[in-house]
Design a protein around this ligand. Sequence first.
Ligand code: ADP
Length: 497
Amino acid sequence: MSNLFIDLKTPITGPYKQPIGLFINNEWVEGVEKKTFEVINPSTEEVICSVAEATEKDVDIAVGAARKAFEGVWRKTTTQQRSILLLKLADLVEKNLDLLAAVESLDNGKSITMAKGDVSAVAGCIRYYGGWADKIEGKTIDIDPDMFHYTRQEPIGVCGQIIPWNFPLLMLAWKIGPALATGNTIVLKTAEQTPLSALVFAQYVKEAGFPAGVLNIISGFGKTAGAAIASHMDIDKVAFTGSTLVGRSILKAAASSNLKKVTLELGGKSPNIVFNDADIEKAISWVNFGIYYNHGQCCCAGSRIYVQEGIYDKFVAAFKKRAESNKVGDPFHPETFQGPQVSKLQYDRIMGYIEAGKQEGATLETGGGRLGDKGYFIQPTIFTNVTSKMKIMQEEIFGPVCAIAKFRTEEEVIQLAHDTSYGLAAAVHTNDLNTAIRVSNSLRAGTVWVNCYNMLHHALPFGGYKESGIGRELGEAALANYTQNKSVAIRLGDAIF
Ligand code: ADP
């Protein structure tokens, strides 16, 4: 791998230089073992390029760079300077929005409209945490006239961050924003399916002026580079977004290595509840967005839809029409809503769930098949006549597949909503304020949307109850994930113990 940049092009922004090395210490490097892996375009199933693959040795080198920056230059950087750097980075993201979005669509398959929305949210999130960087404060606590007590919010240290492929840049922003604002340094591993946009982004990290070693971005696989991060003895904290299965292994690795702090944002099987008195047209639109946005590849996807009996038949008929009218196809077409699933593996998994739904006796209302013969496109799929025990009602499908069930009473639907090991998100559609608040307060989920869905914002905490995770990302809440609360107690008088 002699050249660490290659010439690529996207259908809408044209030619550009794609970095393909590992970004360590503000430099592009090959992996120590000189391994590479192929990146696939999910719309065409063709190879886009190969990128450097980080192994355990590269993780070690990146951690070394992050440690040196943490103990040195980053500690000496004022909080205002941290803020300025983050704000500059946000500006650079905005300036390069078209390219970042196009690379995201190319690599991940998401529609260009959605990708632009993602990149704009990336800039918003980084800017938001830029605003926090010089507002991290401790307290003075009066206890005893002969003592002076204060607390400090200190950075944790070197943070390992492992992100998934469904929102490659946005997940990166959610992770690095609070960590950098609070003065940590980072080794971030992207998902092996989607390394490209983060590598383009890394150029702006250097251009913004972040000191070498503060933010290292590596491409690699979970079982090797990811596992090396989780069990590394010199990483002080690990933040992970991905499957519940891998989340458990991260927690175990942290426990059996150096007890690094852990935050986890994991899977979901979120209930989307529509009451008789909801505005049915609007509810259909939000339910559609709730499940099919990002091709169903959202941890908070509203995949279990509960509709009250009075409007059930009408809802199913109209929702079916709506799902069938979603534009599925080329992510670079401006009207496309749904592109391909990210990989062959995901495509096969989803098809497996569709098969399981049929075999367990659910009714396939629409969809269920592949679209076209090239690319991992799946028709928007709806099942009805489902029971709580079915696989498609219990397991996270992570694709454009939902199941609709009928309910009678509020008590019944709350029970049904809770019949899952997850607790990431939920939604309620009703025109009755009392129902909205009562049900929202009863649901065991980290986020509840009322008369909408997927309305995330960087100022609002996001995270899971139950097996959907540990800790909260975004908002002020995320700062606590990246700080140690230190108490200092100073003796003022002459007394000795
Ligand atoms: P998915 O199944 O949707 O691909 P994963 O949870 O497997 O989701 O992947 C999310 C992220 O976790 C990716 O960056 C992946 O490389 C990483 N990962 C996968 N397995 C491990 C592991 N055993 N240890 C650490 N990271 C892992």
